[in-house]
Design a protein around this ligand. Structure first.
Ligand code: ASP
Length: 303
């Protein structure tokens, strides 16, 4: 039974492997038209986004459409949430419209879990506060596999605002299930010590060069200014200590790849030379977002 997708933490490794394998079938093949399927014809996906999104919201919509489903997108700003409607009332209203799946993003950690308890509809977590972003970790894993062919034993450096990153958490859960060595790195104020206990194979450092040394994958994270309530350091100052530049990559493996979930901030988390280099797989991540989300929706809706 795959009732929905709330997080990676409780997901069986075999289910992850099945999603990643199926996503491969949905990847674009150069020179061939994109596959369009009828598998989900007549099914309705509701995208319910209470936080900003470009990639996740759009790619869920494209994924559902490519499988033949109908979609509607609701954003907090354009909905009755902005007129003071409570989350429960919004959810009951949506429930009465009988969607087949709801994809939800919310600033509160646990909001999709609340929704899942409340409505008899499969829920996909598209990012809840600082907690999890499961489809991001799945598309990241698909992208790493496309380049390296394996996850086992890889050295993955995750650098930036670890404290507030749902992307970091979901990636740690996923990669540790596959025996990767994960180094979490960032300024001490954004690197809570308890994260080392989150999963086997996780170490922490505030030294960016140490984190990158010998890395197969360098995953940069955005500073989550919307979740930080004290004045943050200016972009240039942050970049001086934790911004990825080409010279850092000389410390990594010669075939190391650079990832970022987006949106990227050039001159804060990474330089333009890195973002636009051959090492960057940032746009491959975006592309895989569609394939992975197709695999997730198909798995949920074709039961
Ligand atoms: N797009 C990702 C997320 O929603 C990463 C980010 O916003 O920094 O978590």
């Amino acid at each position: 039974m795959f009732a929905g997708l709330l997080g990676i933490e409780g997901l069986d490794r075999r289910v992850i492997e099945a999603i990643l394998d199926r996503a491969k079938d949905f990847q674009a093949v150069p020179g061939q038209p994109l596959k369009r399927l009828d598998a989900l014809r007549g099914r309705m996906m509701v995208n319910l986004f209470f936080e900003a999104s470009t990639r996740t919201r759009t790619s869920f919509e494209i994924a559902a459409k490519r499988l033949g489903a109908d979609t509607i997108s609701i954003t907090a700003a354009g909905s009755s949430v902005s007129k003071g409607e409570s989350l429960v009332d919004t959810l009951n209203t949506l429930g009465a419209m009988h969607p087949d799946v709801i994809v939800m993003r919310h600033a509160a950690s646990g909001a999709p879990h609340f929704l899942a308890r409340h409505l008899p509809v499969p829920i996909v977590n598209a990012g809840d506060g600082t907690h999890e972003h499961p489809t991001q970790a799945l598309l990241d894993a698909r992208t790493i596999l496309d380049r390296t062919g394996k996850l086992e034993g890889l050295h993955v450096a995750i650098i930036g605002d670890i404290a507030h990153s749902r992307v970091a958490r979901s990636n740690v859960h996923l990669l540790s299930k596959f025996g990767a060595k994960i180094v979490l790195c960032g300024p001490a104020s954004l690197l809570p010590k308890q994260l080392a206990e989150m999963a086997p194979g996780v170490t922490l450092t505030t030294d960016m060069k140490q984190a990158i040394k010998g890395a197969d994958v360098v995953m940069m994270l955005r500073v989550q200014l919307e979740r930080i309530h004290e004045p943050a350091s200016p972009a240039g100052e942050y970049f001086a200590f934790y911004g990825l530049r080409l010279e850092h990559l000389q410390l990594a493996r010669p075939d190391a790849i650079v990832m970022h979930p987006g949106p990227i901030n050039r001159g804060r988390e990474l330089s333009s030379e890195v973002a636009d280099s051959q090492r960057s797989v940032i746009l491959n991540q975006v592309e895989n977002g569609i394939a992975v989300r197709m695999a997730v929706l198909e798995r949920i809706l074709s039961q």
